[in-house]
Ligand binder design. Sequence first.
Ligand SMILES: [Zn+2]
Length: 204
Amino acid sequence: MGLPSMSDEQIELLIVKSKYIGDNDAEFILHKMIYLRCCDALIENEKIRTIITIIIVSILLDQPLVTQRNHIKSLYKRFGTEANKSKANLAKMKQDLKTVELRGQGYCHLKTALVERIAAEEMALDSYAEEQSLKNNHCPRCVSTLGTEMSINCDICNGTGKIAVTMGDAKAFFNELDLPYTPCKFSSEYWSEILFIVSELQIK
Ligand SMILES: [Zn+2]
């Protein structure tokens, strides 16, 4: 056992390697180092230290927490280039479907084909959003316009370009894992410790 603890600068390097070149060894060591910080912070329960480590690493690496995924997925369905293309396609096909329906019985096969195409397009959009929600926490509304006025004024991410992990997401993660905590202890100890460790290590 016993990895020596690292300086903030060394940990920053691990973050860069994990985040940008997908270095799994670096990510593994990063988990260990954050875990050690949780021990230093006197987070008493081993299971809770492990979970807090996962939350901190996910914030540092811009990886969506499992409890954020539905929210991020719903944003990808509303915004983003693919969603816009897909929604334009759907609107056009739905319009065509109305026209075909007005023509009556003789166009049954055409109606069936259109209904199938619409369902396929909706499924494709859903899978795309699902896939994106697993990858990262970038804001689908403004990620392609970062640095511009639109991204600065984006009310989805408050101009950060990222869908941040909230205390609610972290709490929901605890709930999913059936971990014991009281709401007061959670915000006063765990959440503030998470924010503190992140602020020490987040690349400025
Ligand atoms: Zn945004």
